[in-house]
Design a protein around this ligand. Structure first.
Ligand SMILES: Cc1cc2nc3c(=O)[nH]c(=O)nc-3n(C[C@H](O)[C@H](O)[C@H](O)COP(=O)(O)OP(=O)(O)OC[C@H]3O[C@@H](n4cnc5c(N)ncnc54)[C@H](O)[C@@H]3O)c2cc1C
Length: 493
């Protein structure tokens, strides 16, 4: 809890990175005010109302539980006293147009057995080799990248030099798609593991092969949150409250103001000004570079830290009675050819043949009955405009293909159930609809993503657009990095 002489920090945005930073700073004794433009905490982790209860409309797959255990522990609390997390026995169920189906598990031997049943013993062997490679990548990058305040080349080299198996994977021209073509003979498995690039807003043929480590984050376990993912944001907001964080919802930060070369105050949409020693910006970092937070902030970041943009998505969130397919919590219905998905996306167009991720939220505890809640996600290019025919085009690319897999919904979801890339661009200023900050494309992408410290004294970043990148656990880690940087810098000031 803060004392009256405590340094004052304003956190702009109650997304995962902002909540995480606010909790850690308040737990360290600083005086923290969290200002959020929306009416509720969570940012992209939001829910929409329905007759079946709140439907998750953002992230659905919770991985790396230990990141959240550590966040509660930093506040002197235990996660399980605030939230119920349900481990999922099957990570995801995958379906292909040729009728094949595959479940993946945390135990690689169980996954290998399922792969053998679908694609034969050679594929099972290939999977075990790929899984080992992905685990090595994860171990090599965890400390010098994810847990470090910025990617530490020396640390990466030290780890990688001891693992010759990784050298080829880390070559500058080795894309994830190329790596998977070398790892798997079965195109379905290339398509499946290539999809992990989209978790951070990339296409497999343009993202570096190191993104193969994302599979490993999922292989460590997937949890459902009782009450839905947004219950995690609410629990973190309550935790912040207990620590004395002042939380202002429905209030926008209009400007961050510098005086004498360091941050001095933020100006709010309600006309107030909050003096502060430091600011954590949890919005898209592109908003600073674009001047949306005032002219003082334009120099905060180099352009390469926010451009080019990552992918966006079309997201349906609705309640309906499903029929036909044996859904579990996480389901992926693949298109026939990834080139028909990522080719058009690279040209800024809607996929010709989309992969459809279906979250059946009410199946976290097993089969469900009656009216159920669903979120369906299609990958999309980031864009700020919406042409009139796109909603019906998206509908045509979602529900008839699912019907071909045997999955139908009654009633038909209304057009209002669809969130578009343009909708995201409005909701997250300067994002251009990109959901994961800077694009992960290119060998150096993770070195170009901005770290917590900006070029401006007292201005810090937290969130999926900052190091170590997108995804709920990574955004939570970015909040840790921001809090540590502030505690370090304010102590030295
Ligand atoms: C559809 C979808 C599915 C996803 N699926 C997954 C998944 O399954 N698993 C996973 O781990 N990740 C997933 N992600 C990614 C994950 O949701 C994000 O990486 C993470 O939640 C981003 O958190 P953040 O800290 O960047 O904050 P954000 O969620 O971006 O929130 C930032 C907040 O800042 C506020 N803000 C911005 N500017 C201002 C201002 N000037 N004044 C006041 N407030 C401001 C915004 O209103 C917003 O609430 C998904 C994302 C989406 C959209």
């Amino acid at each position: 809890m803060a004392n009256s002489t405590a340094k004052t920090v304003v956190v702009v945005g109650a997304g995962m990175g902002g909540l995480s930073a606010a909790i850690r700073l308040a737990a360290a004794g600083l005086s923290v005010t969290l200002v959020e433009a929306q009416a509720t905490p969570g940012g992209k982790m939001r829910a929409v109302p329905s007759d079946a209860g709140p439907i998750d409309a953002g992230p659905t797959v919770l991985t790396l539980r230990h990141v959240f255990d550590a966040l509660f522990a930093a506040a002197g609390e235990r996660l399980e006293d605030h939230l119920t997390l349900i481990p999922q026995p099957i990570l995801a169920r995958h379906w292909w147009p040729d009728g094949s189906q595959l479940d993946l598990f945390t135990d690689p031997r169980q996954s290998a057995a399922a792969i053998e049943a679908m694609a034969g013993p050679q594929s099972a062997l290939e999977f075990l080799r790929f899984n080992a490679l992905s685990a090595e990548l994860y171990q090599a990058f965890e400390t010098p990248v994810m847990l470090a305040d910025r990617p530490r080349i020396g640390g990466i080299l030290a780890k990688v030099l001891r693992r010759p198996a990784l050298w080829r994977t880390l070559g500058p021209r080795q894309t994830l798609a190329r790596q998977l073509a070398q790892s798997f003979t079965d195109p379905r498995l290339r398509q499946l593991f290539g999809r992990y690039a989209t978790y951070v807003g990339g296409a497999p043929d343009r993202s570096p092969a190191v993104l193969a480590l994302i599979w490993q984050a999922e292989a460590q376990g997937v949890w459902a949150v009782q009450g839905g993912m947004h219950a995690l944001a609410q629990a973190l907001s309550r935790l912040a409250d207990r620590l004395g964080v002042v939380q202002l919802y429905g209030t926008k930060v209009e400007r961050i103001v510098q005086k004498a070369g360091r941050v001095a105050q933020v100006a709010l949409s309600d006309g107030r000004a909050l003096p502060c020693d430091a600011v954590v910006f949890n919005g898209d970092p592109a908003a600073l570079a674009q001047g949306l937070l005032g002219g003082d902030m334009v120099r905060a970041l180099p352009r390469a830290a926010v451009h080019p943009r990552s992918l966006s998505a079309w997201v349906w969130s609705f309640a309906a009675h499903p029929k036909g397919a044996d859904l579990i919590h996480h389901n992926v219905f693949f298109g026939a050819d990834p080139a028909l998905e990522f080719g058009p996306i690279a040209k800024g167009q809607m996929p010709q043949d989309a992969t459809l991720y279906v979250c059946a939220q009410d199946r976290a505890l097993g089969p469900a009955m009656g009216l159920e809640r669903f979120e369906i996600i299609l990958n999309a290019p980031a864009k700020t405009t919406l042409s009139p025919q796109e909603v019906s085009e998206c509908r045509a690319k979602t529900f008839p293909p699912l019907a071909k897999f045997g999955l139908t919904f009654t009633p038909d979801p209304p057009d209002t159930a669809l969130m578009t890339p343009q909708g995201f661009s409005t909701r997250f200023p300067a994002s251009q609809g990109a959901l994961y900050g800077r694009s992960p494309h290119g060998a150096l992408a993770s070195f170009q993503r901005p770290p917590a410290r900006t070029r401006l004294a007292g201005v810090y970043l937290a969130g999926g657009g900052a190091h170590p990148g997108a995804g709920v656990p990574m955004a939570a880690l970015s909040g840790k990095h921001a809090a540590e940087a502030i505690l370090n810098d304010l102590t030295l000031a």
